[in-house]
Design a protein around this ligand. Sequence first.
Ligand code: F6P
Length: 366
Amino acid sequence: MAKPKRIGVLTSGGDCAGLNAVLRAVVLRAAGHYGWDVIGIRNGTAGLLERPVEADILQMEPGLFDGTLLRRGGTILGTTNKGDPFDYPLPDGRRVDRSAEVIEGYRRLGLDALIGIGGDGSQAILRRLARQGGIDLVTIPKTIDNDLGHTELSIGYSSAVSVATDALDHLQPTAASHSRVMVLEVMGRDAGHIAIAAGIAGGADVILIPELPYSLEGLAAKIEQLKAGGRNFALVVVAEAVKTEKGEAVKQTQASGGVNYGGIGHYLAARIAETTGSETRVTVLGHLQRGGQPSDRDRLMASIFGMHAVDLIAAGCFDRMVAWSGRTVVDIPIAEAIAGYKAVDLDGPLVHTARGLGIYLGEFAA
Ligand code: F6P
């Protein structure tokens, strides 16, 4: 009989709903089924920089997942979307390469393999570490932005779409009661996947995504058309990366010096008020899209992905990302997975449907 393995697991990048459900599946399969040791590494690769590295790990047993964790947002391991070990920020502002320390931490834990749960940026870092340090790595895609090519779904996306759809359900009655145009700004980084899916599901009249240019005239014309038809309200969904009509991205600088998208909703609401005379209000959904209970879809994908990742390790298959494709779970080389960025498909069914329903999506070439 093969010697039981000792594997590590970490969550990396921005959190999302469904991460604890992935951890649960990994532990139930690896510890519960194969009888392996599962070591939870805290705060992404930062946990491997701790010394002694054993002091801050989480020994993960199936019993840990008996209760609420399947249903709970966030990640019990913690995570970070800063602190790239190859370009690690020091308090004095300098940046240093700490990759060798991370690899040394991994070695000290005596691990046979590592499961990394992350988006494209995290997976690129983990793969670089794996190649440099000879780490047997398997990755699981997670990002509310759903922008990883080669997987139809990433963990967190479905829950984020549910939250945004729910927000539209809450906004519609108050919009109708006060005869207002409600602007809902959603996340998605450079892609409009959350905006278009939630916009269709939530009955939006206007959906603006970064993949398509829009004009204020076109947007105003849609609102005037609704008014002319007797409608007293409108719902506008805008993805955070949509630019102003001058082509400028709207961003916020954080205390860390990092820059995030944010603010296009307020910009648009002001322009809509100016051009149509409508009373507008803005909701910036922000991190509500990341922290809540995972949707049934995310829990299901988490269970499937977590189990498949462990089975890949059992089969000795490494440097692979699990993915969902053609209604089944598959795995592909990590390099291929992170190279394949996925924007909203302008010839795809969602764009086709939105246009067919009369939603203003922006300007299409004639
Ligand atoms: O990539 C996930 C995401 O939530 C984006 O949609 C958003 O632009 C960004 O992360 C926000 O990051 P932070 O957690 O740093 O606010």
